[in-house]
Design a protein around this ligand. Structure first.
Ligand code: HEC
Length: 117
């Protein structure tokens, strides 16, 4: 996928790099994922299956596992998605940290199998 590197995605990339540097210093990446999972459970789980196995309920949005494994899903793409308005998904006002954590969590599902189609 080619993404035009706009000012916004540059800022995003800087944020991701900063997060990466934090990760090499310890378990920051794991912490961020865990925080992302906690946030996802609170904010996204009404509409999305957020883990490897579906939590009980009915979901209007695609499972995070499926989203994570779409080739088009990258950190910057998720950033853009979460900062824009959507017809069928409400705008969620996450702050920068929360957004990064949720994105870390979703990306951590890449390559994981589970969830029947
Ligand atoms: C009220 C229901 C609802 C909530 C809450 C919700 N979503 Fe969604 N989400 C949707 C729907 C519906 C779609 C499909 C949108 C579409 O196809 O236009 C979607 C799509 C998405 C996609 C894009 C998938 C793609 O096709 O590219 C991502 C990423 C996503 N949601 C992330 C989140 C995250 C992260 C949260 C929590 C912070 C969240 N959503 C909370 C309903 C919701």
């Amino acid at each position: 996928m080619t993404v035009k590197v706009s000012a916004i995605s540059r800022a995003v990339l800087a944020g991701l790099l900063a997060a990466g540097i934090g990760a090499s210093a310890g378990h920051a990446a794991d912490d961020s994922r865990l925080r992302g999972w906690t946030l996802a459970r609170q904010l996204c789980s009404d509409c999305h299956v957020i883990g490897r196995t579906p939590q009980p309920g009915t979901f209007v949005g695609p499972a995070f596992l499926r989203i994570a494994n779409m080739p088009s899903t990258t950190g910057p793409a998720l950033n853009v998605f979460l900062q824009n308005h959507h017809q069928r998904m409400p705008s969620l006002r996450l702050d920068r940290d929360e957004m990064d954590a949720v994105i870390d969590y979703i990306l951590s599902l890449k390559g994981i199998e589970g969830l029947a189609p």
